[in-house]
Write a protein that binds this ligand. Sequence first.
Ligand code: RIB
Length: 279
Amino acid sequence: SLIRKSGRTIGVLVPNINNPFFSRFLRGIEDESIKQDYVPLIFGSNNNEQMESRYLFESVRRAADGMIIASAVSDLSYIDNVLSQNQIPYMLIDQAPVHEGDMVDVDNYHGGQLLAEYLIKNGHKRVSIVTAVKPTRNIQDRLQGFLDTYKANNVSINQDQIIEAELTKLGGYGATEQVIANKPTAVFAINDEMAFGLYRGLEESGFSIPDDISIVGYDDIDLSEYFTPKLTTVHQPAFEMGTNAAKLIIQRIENEGIENQKISLPVSLVERDSVKKIN
Ligand code: RIB
């Protein structure tokens, strides 16, 4: 019969399916799930809290055996309650866990450091940062790594050089005016999508990248090599984040009692053409 006791289903919640970072992440989850004869139920919440809780309940209703949550859900203890009550193991990506559990960790602090070191090496002392309005822990860490590195090099970054926007292309585009008002020589866009929004905004305002303003991003989505100039960014292993998240949650579904596991994945600087050396 096609009907089994367990549906071998993993509910997956991501904030934005539009962002190629999450498509790669999801492909990783699919790849590993299929290998282990599980099926991912994928939900994109479009950064909408109501959708998030609706999909959470749908996953419970459809008897998901476990969940991977990469969405910036605001009330984590609520989620924790709902899922624990229903005895559904889950893991969070990119956020501080409610309590000890399995974890896929990528060193965002180090990623921020790498970008700051690179910009400093290229002579950029006046930088703007375009970051998320509601930053999850990974984004806070990458920003902190960046700020600490500038500070350690005795270059101060003021609050007005940090601009907040939605974590999308449109968010980056919308931040253009504030960036220009800042008069930076370089901009750190906290993800690649925002960097490409800025590409458009700055070009429409007559700036040329990197001659007038340098830009760095974060994620290394596939498009980074297709825009001109090719984007310098930090590579996040999105596919491996997905395969490992699926591995851990499946292990947890099948062996409730095993010890918590943490998988750390590396990040690396990908140097391309969007930064000009100015010293
Ligand atoms: O681009 C999407 C961002 O959200 C990534 O940087 C990733 O870390 C996720 O949090």
